[in-house]
Each structure stands twice: as C-alpha cells, then as structure tokens.
Design a protein around this ligand. Sequence first.
Ligand code: ZN
Ligand code: ZN
Length: 391
Amino acid sequence: MAMNWQALLSEAKGLIDAERGRWQALSKDIWEHPELAYEERYACKRQVDELRSLGFDPETPTAGVETAFRADVGSSNPAFAIASEYDALEGIGHGCGHNLICTAALAAFHAAVKLQDKYGLKGRLALLGTPAEESGGGKVVMLEHGCLDGIDAAMMVHPSWRTTPDTGSTAVRRFDVTFHGKAAHAAGSPELGLNALDAMLLLFTAINAWRQQLPEFTRVHGVILEGGVRPNIIPDRSRARFYLRSAQEDWAEKMEARFWDIIRGAELMTGCTAEVQPYHRPYMSRKPNAIMNSAYVESMKALGANPVLPPRPGRGSSDFGNFSQVVPGIHPYFAVGDHEIPGHSLEMAEASASDYALDSALRAAAAMAVIAVRYLGDDDFRNQINEDFRK
Ligand SMILES: [Zn+2]
Ligand SMILES: [Zn+2]
C-alpha cells in the first residue's frame, strides 16, 4: 500500500506534541542524572518505567547487558527497530546529548505504535535501549546476543549543531600499548637500561610518518598515559592508548596490520617488549541508507527544520555502525541550537537541555516514526530501502 507520508507526518507530530510534557520531563530527568557506560541504571529504569506507564511491556535486562532494555509490539515481519542511547561523558554530563536520543526514541516508538494500530499494519516495531555508546560498545555486545534477530531495519537520531542526513562514520579499533624495558640509573649506568619511553616516542614518530601515506578517510590518534617516573631513572615502562579509524572496512584491516608492524619496529630499535591490549570492542563504519536518509531530510524540511548536507562525510565513530552493517539503517542528526557547537563539550551539554533542542528532537522523532510506519506499511518504500542496502 502506498502511504501519504505528509499526512502520516502531521499525525505523528500531533501524537508526539500531545505528550510534550512527558517527553520534556523525561529528557530533563535523564539530563540531570548523567551516567557513564554500563552504569546507566537510573536512565534504564526511568525509560522502562515510562514505557510501562504507556502500556508497554519492556524486557530488562536484555541481550546480555544489565542496563539494556527492549520493547516489542506486534509479531512477524517486516520488523523495524528504533534505538535509544543514554550514556553520558565523564566530567561533562550529557555533552553528547543522549538525553535527547532516548527521548526521541521513546516518543517515536509510542507514535509509531499508535499509527501501526490505527492503520492495521502487520509487522513488528521494536524499541532497543542500547547503553554504552561512548565506550564499551553496548550495541556490539547486544548484537552478539542476537538483539537484531528477525529485525529488518533500524534507526536512531542524534543531536548535533545542525540538522543533517547520516553521512557515515568511521570504523574504530582501540588499543592500549605498553612497552616493557629495564630500569637503570640514567647517569650512573645507562648502558644497563632498556628505555621504554624511547620505544613509545619511536612508535609515535613512526605513526606520524605513516599518516602522510594514509587515505583521507582514515584517522590515527594516540595519547601517552605513562612515560616514566623521574629523569634519573631509565623508564622501564610506558603506556599509550591509540584509536585507528577508517571509513572503509578493508582499510581498517590494513591499518591494524601496519600498526602491529610499527610496534614491532619500536621493539627492535630499543630492545623493549610490547604488550598490546584491545581497548573496548571495535566499532564498524556506518553504512547510511540513501532512501531512509532522503525520507528523513524531506520530513525534517516539512516540519520546518533546515537540513544541510555537510561538506564532508562523518569521521567520528559509533556502535550504530555495527547495526547498519547488518540491517538497513541511518543515524542522522538534528540541531540543538542555531549556531556551531562542538560535540562532547559543556556547551553541548547545556544546549541539550534547551527548549530549542527538545523541539528539534521531537521533530526528528516524528520523522523517525513515519519512516518506521512506512517501512511496515508501504511496500515500495520498504523494497527501495532493502534494495539500497543490498547494493
Ligand atoms: Zn558522543
Ligand atoms: Zn553521541
């Protein structure tokens, strides 16, 4: 059945606006209780309680994660999932605005279920509460536990300083590198030492040289966490953390191989030994669905937002990347203000509590609800989305 998306959009927006007080309270409450990855007990319970008060029957914990939840309505296929995120950042609270992500997710799910019911659409709507996006990879763990089994498409919306379609993200692999050397008196008997700090500096120097030969869609960055104790002791231990990012999965693979070679080189040059530990699970790159992206942009325009196409693809990383490699999906953005605000900042945290941001999140929620409903009820729309994913 072909569906009139403009009419659906104004219905969805009406349903969401009728509960504006509820969504405002939810966003504010979660904003006031920032919790780090895998510690989101308050935010998880708050959303589960909200869903119960709306008549849903959520499951928590789920998919092997204590602070995850899910609610499913309907059975059979097609099945569309909406993802909620709610973890915060150390020191800056909701500096990534995830209080708005979970608010938009619940608002969209609630409206979509009402519309599914009203139009008698078959299929299933799922709301997935996915913790630990900033670190820890909640979605990666949940995927390993089958959270997308039977799901055909997925979507979430994220705050930003502007409204944009999903322009992709980079795969990220994170490593802790520790060099072990041998301590010695730096002046009295330096010849007895093996300098772990030198090994680390050589590693950084080699990476800086390597960067020139890397494609534009990659990023490498590291910080030194330990570099020795005092100048008169040859450091016997140094430690750093690195992120390797690539918008293309094959390059993520190549980069990791070269990274290990460079570490080996630093070992050989200094006589130190390296210990390499993966830090958190790797995130895959996002594969934005073009059909869902244009439906989102058209809806946001129709609701009075001003979507723009950023001049270059996204270079950050998100565990929604792993979802988008398995099913068609998008992770587009909505504006929290009318000027440029850096992500992961106190300014972003402040903006994420504003009325402007809430209005914008509720527009994005309506756009998401309509994409979900059309995915269930509009065969042409669904086929185009699936076709775009396959190619
Ligand atoms: Zn973030
Ligand atoms: Zn975020």
